[in-house]
Write a protein that binds this ligand. Structure first.
Ligand code: ATR
Length: 282
C-alpha cells in the first residue's frame, strides 16, 4: 500500500521490509539514520522496545506506550528540526522521532467502515492482549458510554478496567458480558485466525442478536466465523483491514507531508492480501 501510495504521489521512494532481531533494533535504527531514511514502521515486538530507543517521543507514542512509526528529522543551523524529506542530511544531526498511528486507526476504522459513532455507544470488547488493551483504552478515549470487557484470562480485563477508571473516568466499565443490547462487539482476540478456532465469546452467555455491529480486528481470513455468525444475526460487519490501512495512511502522511491517497492504498492492500480478483466490502 505504501509503494502504491508513493507512486501516485510521484515520489521516487521505496517502502521495504527488513527482518530485524529485537537485540539488533538499536543498531538497525542507527543504520537507517546513517543511511538517511525518511522514516520507518515497526511491528511487534519492536513497538514497545523502540520507546526507549528513539530520540524523541511524539505525544501519540507517549500516550499509547508504543512506537509503530518513526520519522527521521535533521537539525537546521537555526536549531529547528525538519523532516528528512526536506533535508539532504549532510553534516546535520539526525534524530528519530517516534509516533503511534495504530490507536487512532482503531476508532477511525470502526467509525468510517461501520458508519457508527463511538461517542455514547455501548460496546462489548472481546480480548485483553496487546491489541485488546489499546482498543479498550482508545474506545474509552473516544467517549463510549459503556464498555464491557471479556477475556479468557479475566485478570487482564480487570487490569484494563482499572486503567480506564483512571484515564477515562466517565466511561462505565464492566468486566462481564452485557445483559442488554450493545451497539458494537469487537473481536480483539486471536480466535478466528485459524479456520478451526472456536468463537471468541461464550454463546451460552451472549448472542450476537444483541449487537448492532460487529468488528473483527482479524483481516485474514476476510470473514471469520465470528463475522459470519454476526452477519447471520443481522449485524453490520467489517474486518480489520481498515485498521491496517488507516495506520499506514497516517504514517505516509507523516513521512511525505501530503494527504495519503487512501483509495489507491486500500486497493493495493486488498489486492496484496486477498488477491487481485477479490471484491471484498472492506
Ligand atoms: P495481540 O497482540 O494480537 O493482542 P496477544 O497479546 O497474545 O496478541 O492477545 C491474544 C488475545 O487472544 C488475548 O486476549 C487472549 O486471551 P488471554 O489473555 O486469556 O491469553 C486471546 N486468546 C488467544 N487464544 C485464545 C483462546 N484459545 N481462547 C480464548 N481467548 C484466546
Amino acid at each position: 500500500m505504501h509503494n502504491a501510495g508513493l507512486r501516485v504521489l510521484g515520489l521516487d521512494w521505496r517502502y521495504l521490509a527488513f527482518d530485524v532481531h529485537p537485540e539488533n533494533l538499536r543498531e538497525a535504527l542507527n543504520g537507517a539514520r546513517a543511511m538517511k531514511f525518511i522514516g520507518l514502521n515497526l511491528t511487534v515486538p519492536h513497538k514497545v522496545i523502540a520507546m526507549d530507543l528513539v530520540d524523541e517521543l511524539d505525544e501519540s507514542a507517549r500516550v499509547w506506550g508504543a512506537v509503530n512509526t518513526v520519522l527521521f528529522e535533521a537539525q537546521e543551523s537555526s536549531g529547528k528540526w525538519k523532516p528528512m524529506r526536506e533535508s539532504d542530511g549532510d553534516g546535520a544531526t539526525i534524530r528519530a522521532r517516534g509516533f503511534n498511528t495504530d490507536a487512532e486507526a482503531i476508532s477511525r476504522a470502526i467509525e468510517e467502515d461501520l458508519g457508527i459513532q463511538l461517542k455514547g455507544a455501548a460496546v462489548l470488547l472481546l480480548g485483553a492482549g496487546g491489541a485488546g488493551r489499546t482498543a479498550a483504552l482508545k474506545l474509552a478515549d473516544s467517549g463510549v458510554k459503556e464498555l464491557y470487557l471479556v477475556n479468557r484470562t479475566r485478570s487482564k480485563a480487570e487490569e484494563i478496567a482499572g486503567e480506564i477508571h483512571k484515564r477515562s473516568p466517565g466511561v462505565v466499565v464492566n468486566v462481564d458480558y452485557p445483559g442488554k443490547n450493545v451497539d458494537l462487539v469487537v473481536n480483539a482476540t486471536s480466535l478466528g485466525l485459524q479456520a478451526e478456532d472456536a468463537l471468541p465469546f461464550d454463546s451460552q452467555r451472549f448472542s450476537l442478536k444483541k449487537a448492532g455491529c460487529a468488528y473483527d480486528m482479524i483481516y485474514r481470513p476476510a470473514e471469520t466465523s465470528f463475522l459470519k455468525e454476526a452477519a447471520r444475526n443481522g449485524c453490520k460487519i467489517t474486518n480489520g483491514l481498515g485498521m491496517l490501512l488507516y495506520q499506514g495512511a497516517k504514517a505516509l502522511e507523516l513521512w511525505t507531508g501530503q494527504p495519503a491517497p487512501l483509495e489507491v492504498m486500500r486497493t493495493a492492500l486488498r489486492e496484496h492480501i486477498y488477491g487481485a480478483t477479490s471484491h471484498h466490502s472492506n
